[in-house]
Design a protein. Structure first.
Length: 157
């Protein structure tokens, strides 16, 4: 939860402001004062210290990389879970019910496609629950509610 609130604060701090003519003059005076104070405070810290501008630039590139990765994943049609890991999991679960079962490659792919589709559906429903509750981050109760909402019911039977 703390990560989400920190990210929201960072996103709120990023705003585009057009510079005023007066503020440019003030900035130049501040820069000359800063340069004088930097000359006075030269020391061992100057090599190890990173300026706030460097940190902000790094955070912006991290956010940009995250957004690009999300777009890349959304545009791709390949499966997210590695095939061998999923196959191992399916075989392990099947051994609990009956030993010496064999699965064709197409059957494993069908299981994996259905599983990933279900997971994506639950997560997107949980995201909608989060937005409805006017939050930014998905919490455990959103996932439980999304799973409950997708359960089949016998209401009209």
């Amino acid at each position: 939860m703390e990560d989400c609130s920190d990210l929201l604060k960072e996103l709120n701090d990023i705003t585009y402001e057009e510079p005023d003519d007066e503020s440019e003059d003030d900035d130049s005076e501040d820069e000359s004062e800063d340069a004088e104070s930097d000359d006075e405070s030269e020391g061992a810290e100057s090599d190890d210290y990173e300026s706030d501008d460097d940190n902000e630039a790094r955070e912006e590139t991290d956010e940009t990389n995250i957004i690009n990765e999300i777009r890349r994943q959304q545009a791709s049609t390949k499966l997210i879970i590695p095939h061998m890991n999923f196959s191992r999991l399916v075989r392990e679960i099947a051994d609990d019910y009956k030993t010496d079962l064999r699965f064709s490659k197409d059957a494993i792919m069908a299981f994996q496609t259905a599983t990933e589709s279900h997971i994506i559906g639950v997560l997107s429903m949980a995201q909608r629950m989060t937005l409805h509750a006017q939050r930014i981050c998905v919490v455990k109760k959103d996932l439980y509610l999304a799973l409950y909402a997708q359960e089949p019911t016998n209401w009209g039977v």
